[in-house]
Ligand binder design. Structure first.
Ligand SMILES: NC(=O)c1ccc[n+]([C@@H]2O[C@H](COP(=O)([O-])OP(=O)(O)OC[C@H]3O[C@@H](n4cnc5c(N)ncnc54)[C@H](O)[C@@H]3O)[C@@H](O)[C@H]2O)c1
Ligand SMILES: O=C(O)C[C@H](O)C(=O)O
Ligand SMILES: [Mg+2]
Length: 467
């Protein structure tokens, strides 16, 4: 289902094959030629780079078809996604060049010592005299990386580097990936606290549940900088923005809908909490062993909390039974768990948010004929519900007002701000959530978050545009 872009470097013997032959073989094998670069042209042969969009499932077929052509030598196949990762995706840039000894004695010893002393005497000066005011640590232990699961800290790094890129490009926040080689709750807490002095905020990422709940709660309590588990709250904020707008499209009030949430891990718990806070009256949380039911008894404290909420249904069962009659399905679980039969059994005008990455709970093309509003976490389909719509703006706002935490009011304000970027006139089934490239998203979220932080007393600084 996923598309990849590959670059084929080929040598064509002019007397045996034409470029037209190559293009038609590629298209017959299921590839789509998107660009051609001439690398070298000789009398007898030429070398070209052919960029081809292919579905993962037919990539090998396209390559084999090219190899089988007479007069073609396949020199190399490169995958543009891998090429984009060569050498990593971020680097550190100094804020000024060191051109002479004078510069050196200012940015380094002996000049730097006076600055160190100033911070030692007044630690708050770290915000004006170091990178602290604009720097966030993206911390993972590699245990719940996208929907890939426990792939370890080293393999998690490309995702964390990607988050750092997005922080910088979208909100000018300097973020740095910290991939920890431990899954021990206490050790993670100790380590994050120990590295925290240089950071203005901590973005926890892809740490599996239930450890993520305690890690976040303890760090929030023990640190005076904001700590935000993106998979929980970033996802819930963006989901809420999407639901607010999707409900307008189908014209159903929030207190009338029945919602099934599949996958009650880091993202799922936070999604459920936000839906309840927003007024959902009928909630069905489902995990791998079936529904978490009202009145049930669970070891996991967050599941136990859910079981005590009056809006959570008491009927046991699995997705197969419980999906019937649901107005909304929210998947934050794994690929392929929602079947077409499930969607067919939902209430009229179903809303399906299949948010597992990189593969959603249902292929949007399969679901399309039966859903009214469909959203996924991916950037290659309409309605991308991804926490990237939240984390850059929410941290931009929190850093700018030096909020010591990111509270519920700030999250709800962020959700409303994201939803409001789509105007009433623009709103439709295929456009319930703005694109991450819409400049208003980060600005609106920042503004709403600062306003909420000031109102709830967590801001330690009033930014100039709020004075
Ligand atoms: N679109 C987004 O912005 C976004 C954000 C966060 C997470 N996600 C996606 O959501 C998924 C979960 O992420 P997480 O961080 O919460 O991970 P997690 O490991 O904390 O939670 C996953 C949960 O799914 C449950 N699960 C597994 N198999 C199941 C099944 N067959 N039926 C029902 N539940 C099942 C697990 O028991 C667990 O509770 C991942 O695919 C991730 O990529 C998407
Ligand atoms: O990384 C993403 O694209 C979203 C989310 O944080 C996830 O874990 O899937
Ligand atoms: Mg994540």
């Amino acid at each position: 289902m996923a598309n990849t872009s590959i670059i084929l470097r080929v040598e064509l013997a002019h007397d045996q094959v034409t470029f037209g032959d190559v293009a038609s073989v590629i298209s017959q094998a299921g590839g789509d030629v998107t660009s051609i670069d001439v690398i070298r042209v000789g009398k007898e042969s030429s070398v070209r780079d052919i960029t081809v969009d292919v579905q993962d499932s037919v990539e090998a077929q396209v390559v084999d078809a090219i190899k089988a052509l007479k007069g073609i030598t396949l020199i190399n196949v490169s995958d543009r996604t891998f090429l984009a990762h060569l050498g990593g995706k971020i680097s550190v840039q100094p804020s000024m060049p060191i051109k002479n000894r004078d510069d050196l004695s200012r940015v380094y010893t002996p000049g730097v010592a006076r600055v160190c002393t100033a911070i030692h005497e007044n630690p708050k000066k770290a915000y004006s005299l170091t990178i602290k005011r604009n720097t966030v640590a993206v911390v993972t232990d590699g245990t719940a990386v996208l929907g890939l699961g426990d792939i370890g800290p080293q393999a998690a790094a490309p995702v964390m580097e990607g988050k750092a890129m997005l922080f910088k490009q979208l909100a000018d926040v300097d973020a740095f990936p910290i991939c920890l080689d431990t899954t021990d709750t206490e050790e993670i807490i100790r380590t994050v606290k120990a590295i925290s002095p240089v950071f203005g905020g901590i973005n926890l990422e892809d740490i599996s549940s239930p450890r993520c709940f305690e890690i976040e709660a303890r760090l929030e309590e023990e640190l005076d900088i904001p700590v935000f588990h993106d998979d929980q709250h970033g996802t819930a904020v963006v989901m809420m923005a999407g639901i607010l707008n999707a409900l307008k499209v189908v014209d159903k009030p929030i207190d009338s809908i029945r919602v099934v949430v599949n996958g009650i891990g880091a993202a799922g718990v936070s999604v459920c909490k936000m839906l309840l806070a927003a007024g959902v009256q009928r909630l069905v949380p489902v995990d791998r062993d079936g529904a978490i039911v009202r009145g049930g008894s669970y070891d996991q404290p967050m599941w136990q909390w859910l079981a005590e909420q009056p809006q959570v249904e008491a009927v046991p069962g699995g997705l197969d039974q419980l999906i019937a009659g649901a107005d909304v399905f929210i998947g934050v679980s794994r690929a392929g768990l929602l079947k077409v039969e499930h969607v067919k059994a939902m209430a009229k005008d179903p809303i399906v948010f299949a948010l597992a990455n990189p593969q959603p709970e249902i292929d949007p093309e399969l679901a399309a004929p039966y859903v009214r509003v469909m959203a996924t976490g991916r950037s290659d389909y309409p309605n991308q519900i991804n926490n990237v719509l939240c984390f850059p703006g929410i941290f931009r706002g929190a850093l700018d007002c030096r909020a010591h935490r990111i509270n519920e009011a700030m999250k709800l304000a962020a959700a409303r701000a994201i939803a409001s970027v789509v105007s009433e006139e623009e709103l439709n089934e295929l456009y319930i959530i703005p694109s991450i490239f819409n400049d208003h998203v980060v600005q609106n979220v920042r503004h709403a978050v600062i306003e909420a932080a000031i109102k709830t007393g967590v801001a330690n600084r009033i930014p100039p545009d709020f004075r």
